[in-house]
Design a protein. Structure first.
Length: 201
């Protein structure tokens, strides 16, 4: 049965002096529909290195910042920390934080917090809102930017099998992880080496 198959973390590089990671929900069919993410739980590491750069604080960077993607402008989207259920930021984010998120301010995502579409009349179809990678589709659901990031977490996904279904399906406890600073350095070194090889040809 086609469904969301899990979460994937991608190291996007060093942007404006910050290590940027993107978390994607991965689906096996283009017409799978995202509903929400919930029960975010940190299982190891720390979120103390997370930084924001959003309109909540007039793009000043640092603290307190806001996890809502609607505060993220186009100029800071590459190095802000935010959550989204549509893969989008700014006025088209259409993402709400659930009550467990509290005010949504600060570096830490509260225990059991979640986020969901604020416009349920428009289905979040991964074939429309996401990007095809091989035989799967990826939908951006979270970006974390900061210094010294190193934590692992699990989050649950809620989805509909496809646009036409009326009963939601759920998959639980999909894990993602942010590498330690040493691992980031190795990723950067590997990227530089690959670039040198390409340039040398």
């Amino acid at each position: 049965m086609a469904a969301f198959t899990g979460l994937e973390t991608e190291f996007a590089g060093i942007v404006n002096g910050r290590s940027v990671f993107r978390v994607y929900a991965v689906a096996s069919e283009a017409d799978d529909v995202m509903l929400n993410l919930f029960d975010h739980r940190m299982v190891s590491g720390s979120m103390s290195g997370v930084l924001h750069a959003d309109n909540y604080q007039d793009n000043a960077g640092g603290s307190p910042g806001h996890w809502s993607a609607s505060y993220t402008g186009a100029g800071t989207a590459g190095y802000d920390s935010f959550v989204t259920v549509t893969g989008r930021t700014g006025s088209t984010a259409s993402t709400s934080l659930d009550p467990s998120f509290g005010t949504g301010v600060g570096a830490v995502i509260p225990h059991n917090a979640g986020w969901y579409t604020s416009n349920p009349a428009t289905p979040i179809v991964v074939g429309t809102f996401g990007t095809q990678v091989g035989n799967n589709w990826r939908l951006l659901v979270m970006q974390v930017a900061g210094n010294g990031l190193n934590y692992n977490a699990t989050v649950s996904l809620g989805w509909k099998q496809n646009v036409g279904t009326t009963i939601a399906s759920f998959t639980m406890n999909q894990a993602y992880g942010i590498p330690a600073p040493g691992a980031i350095a190795l990723l950067c070194a590997a990227g530089m080496a690959g670039r040198r090889r390409r340039l040398g040809r």
